[in-house]
Design a protein around this ligand. Structure first.
Ligand code: TRP
Length: 362
């Protein structure tokens, strides 16, 4: 069986370092591993509209931001197909049929949907499209016969929902769809990088994100004001590394060779943590180190972005070509789905003959 990746992001803002360690960096590695036959990266504008119906401009304007972020991180349109969800209408059609295989109560139990409803204060006025987006996400994944979906931990319930739909579809209509596997980051700190304020999630509305497109000055400012251990007041005080953002970011980003380069008094992160816990290590020193580590990662990304920004029409062209290719692939799956459901009336000679026979014998 072919190994196929599908993943994507909602274009509701620029991508941040949480997206980077949680998913983007991995995608580039997967792309370069040569292990996959096809890789599709989707800008999920239709999904973004499920809770931004009144602000289509927000979605429209962020498509280019996400595309620039993708390309500047090293996704290569020669190796991966980058496309825009709404330009593949087959996805909506698939979702329409999958909806019959999912109950309302099953959707209500989806933990991600549940917490998003709370976050958006939707409780009594949930848009139907938003409520059913896990089904639409199953279309995104199955349309490309994806075997592997590299995403953050918060997407786990979506993949589980997809797997259920696949099993149900195949049981009812015959073996047609492919059951995908989730691929989570292997570094725990990368599963969900906290905001710079220590809150569990990076979110634009909380203003606690470090964006891939931030300037070095912005990044430095954000790091220097990061949440650490509120009880670590004097340098000599013992400090706590758990829940301390600076250390969580170091867990996600730093490697032993960074110490040799930028902080040779320590061999590795364990030694640095031990010193912090003992007392005698100030936040500023650790923050400065984190800044260097992050800059090493962000500098080449920023440079590529600056190049790409010079030719925006070329980026739209990449997205258009990707969307055409994705549409063709999805059309094949849709046709197989309709065959399996036997709603491909005009291609179904048996059906036409049987009906003709029935009326002849009348
Ligand atoms: N739900 C994902 C997010 O919020 C975006 C997305 C839409 C997606 N369809 C997908 C991710 C299919 C993986 C596979 O970021």
């Amino acid at each position: 069986m072919k190994k196929i990746i599908l993943t994507g992001d909602r274009p509701t803002g620029k991508l941040h370092v949480g997206h980077y360690v949680g998913s983007l960096k991995r995608r580039v590695e997967l792309q370069n591993s040569g292990e996959f036959d096809e890789i599709y990266i989707m800008i999920a504008d239709a999904q973004a509209l499920t809770d931004n119906a009144e602000h289509p401009e927000k979605v429209r304007e962020n498509i280019i931001e996400v595309a620039l972020d993708y390309l500047s991180c090293g996704l290569d349109p020669e190796k991966v197909t980058i496309f825009i969800q709404s330009q593949v209408p087959e996805l909506a059609e698939l979702a329409f049929y999958y909806m019959n295989l999912v109950t309302v109560s099953r959707l209500q139990r989806n933990p991600t949907v549940k917490s998003e409803i709370q976050m958006r204060n939707f409780e009594s006025s949930i848009p139907v499209g938003f409520f059913t987006y896990p089904i639409s996400q199953a279309s995104d994944i199955t349309a490309f016969k994806a075997t592997t979906v590299p995403v953050g931990e918060d997407q786990e319930p979506m993949i589980e929902q997809t797997r259920e739909i696949v099993r149900k579809f195949n049981a009812v209509y015959g073996e047609t769809l492919v059951e995908p596997e989730i691929l989570l980051p292997d570094n725990k700190a990368c599963l969900r990088l906290p905001g710079t304020d220590g809150k569990a999630k990076m979110s634009k509305s909380l203003g606690n994100c470090i964006y891939l497109s931030d300037t070095p000055q912005d990044v430095k400012k954000k790091i220097m004001s990061m949440y650490t251990d509120p009880n670590h007041i004097q340098v000599s005080d013992p400090g706590c590394v758990e829940g301390n953002c600076v250390f969580t970011y170091l867990d996600a980003f730093c490697r032993d060779e960074h110490f040799e380069k930028y902080l040779p008094d320590y061999k590795n992160l364990d030694e640095l943590k031990a010193h912090y816990q003992r007392g005698g290590l100030g936040d500023v020193k650790v923050k400065k180190f984190l800044n260097k580590v992050l800059e090493e990662e962000l500098t080449p990304i920023r440079a590529r972005r600056a190049e790409l920004e010079k030719d925006i029409p070329a980026i739209y062209d990449i997205l258009k070509k990707g969307s055409v290719k994705a549409q063709k692939t999805a059309a094949v799956t849709l046709s197989e789905v309709k065959d399996a459901m036997r709603i491909n009336y005009f291609d179904d000679e048996q059906l036409i003959m049987d009906q003709a026979q029935k009326y002849k014998n009348k």
